[in-house]
Design a protein around this ligand. Structure first.
Ligand code: CA
Length: 430
């Protein structure tokens, strides 16, 4: 059975769950940049006993029968599930919760190193002919492909050490998000069946993100292409396949090769921080009229495009004006910090300067306990932060904005230690 047919039946099975699956996919992808650090960082994670759910062998037998009925060959299934057992390390990573939130600065220190910038610049030159061919075909500027490549796998260094089908079978058997991973597992079997990659080389992250682009199997099925014309799509080892696939994906999710991603800007002193939201889009002329300038104080470009202001470190940190390509990056990975890293790294590898804003002396990532205390205090004060979970998501940010409005503070929705102290102090007075 070809990959196309696989895609069709997995899509059918997904219809009802599609929305949920996309959300889960986005959640998972938002962890992609952490994968390179997973090995080293594991010791810092909250350790918990991970016991696989019982009945794996029976579950696998049923899955095998279904796969056979759908045309996966016994040869592929025998190879993929030889000695298969739940991988406890996969469950450990799935359960693990980071102890600290990332700040823009701590994130950029990890994603934008001098070594990564220099190597990216060198690779851009080294593969110039291939990148030019890909740009002609898909309209994606080479510097962005290099930036994705650098962030996803450090230019191919880290593609994850887990067997993809084993990791996905572990997560599909586990009850937490089994529908999503079961669908991904069928896509992965389809990739093996189609002969794109041998089983031994089909390695990925603990969550099944594969190869140098860290595509989930469903993303591979929908967007990966054969760039070198050998009839196989090898995102593990073929640079033409890797760059053609990444560029094809970007072009399909709305990339505009004539435009950039955005830029760091300066805001006027009286700027309303409540305007800094991705949901608020204005023309560059409108932002210019409100006093937004380039970082050197000069006027914004006179081009007819929309943008949004984002303040990833609050009103005291750097401000960015981001365009539609930034939204495409966020389709690839829903994290704002990831999207800013792709944009900034793409600038740096073509020789543009570092951020104009400086890291403040007191920059300190919040711990889970800090965020739990913040959420609990916001709820006590009547600002709905949702059930406290130690993760500052959109609901927490909205509650922070509401608190800031009541307290006469700039409404940037950004929680730093000063904000946590102010909120908990206020709640303590109740
Ligand atoms: Ca190929």
């Amino acid at each position: 059975m070809g990959l196309q047919r696989f895609s069709r039946w997995v899509r059918g099975a997904l219809t009802l769950r599609r929305r949920q699956s996309i959300l889960v996919a986005a959640f998972l992808l938002s962890w992609a940049p952490l994968q390179g650090a997973v090995g080293q960082g594991a010791g810092q994670a909250a350790d918990q006993a991970v016991t696989p759910a019982p009945g794996f062998d029976l579950w696998l037998d049923a899955l095998r029968r279904e796969a056979l009925a759908r045309g996966v060959s016994a040869r592929v299934l025998d190879r993929a599930f030889q000695d298969a057992a739940p991988i406890e390390k996969v469950l450990f990573y799935d359960r693990r919760q980071p102890e600290f939130t990332q700040t823009l600065w701590s994130y950029f220190e990890r994603t934008i190193s001098e070594a990564r910038i220099e190597r990216g610049a060198r690779l851009l030159r080294e593969h110039a002919a291939l990148f030019a061919e890909v740009e002609r075909k898909y309209g994606v500027q080479p510097r962005f492909l290099v930036a994705f490549w650098g962030l996803e796998s450090n230019y191919g260094d880290f593609t994850g050490g887990f067997p993809v089908t084993g990791a996905l079978a572990t997560l599909a058997h586990d009850p937490r998000r089994s529908d999503f991973f079961r669908a991904e597992l069928f896509y992965a079997l389809g990739i093996l069946e189609a002969g794109h990659i041998e089983f031994d080389r089909m390695q990925g992250s603990w969550a099944g993100a594969m190869g140098q682009t860290q595509f989930m199997p469903s993303t591979f099925a929908a967007y990966a292409v054969d760039g070198d014309g050998d009839g196989k799509i090898d995102i593990w080892g073929s640079l033409p396949d890797i760059f053609h696939s990444a560029a094809n994906y970007l072009s399909k999710i709305g990339w505009n090769g004539e435009k950039t991603w955005g830029r760091e800007v300066l805001l006027p002193a009286d700027f309303d921080a409540g305007q800094a939201q991705l949901s608020i889009r204005r023309s560059l002329d409108d932002w210019a009229a409100m006093g937004v300038t380039r970082v050197d104080g000069s006027r914004l470009p006179r081009v007819d495009i929309d943008g949004s202001i984002v303040l990833p470190a609050g009103i005291k940190g750097p401000a960015f004006l981001v365009y539609d390509n930034f939204r495409a990056i966020m389709t690839w990975n829903r994290s704002i910090l990831y999207a800013l890293s792709v944009g900034h790294l793409s600038d740096r590898i073509v020789g543009r300067g570092p951020l104009a804003a400086q890291k403040p002396a007191g920059d300190r990532p919040l711990s889970r306990d800090d965020v739990l205390a913040l959420q609990t205090a916001l709820n006590r004060l009547g600002f709905d932060a949702g059930a406290p979970d130690g993760i500052a998501g959109s609901k927490t940010r909205a509650a922070v904005r509401a608190f800031q409005a009541g307290a006469g503070l700039p409404q940037d929705g950004y929680a730093d230690s000063a904000l946590v102290a102010a909120v908990t102090e206020r709640a303590g007075r109740l």
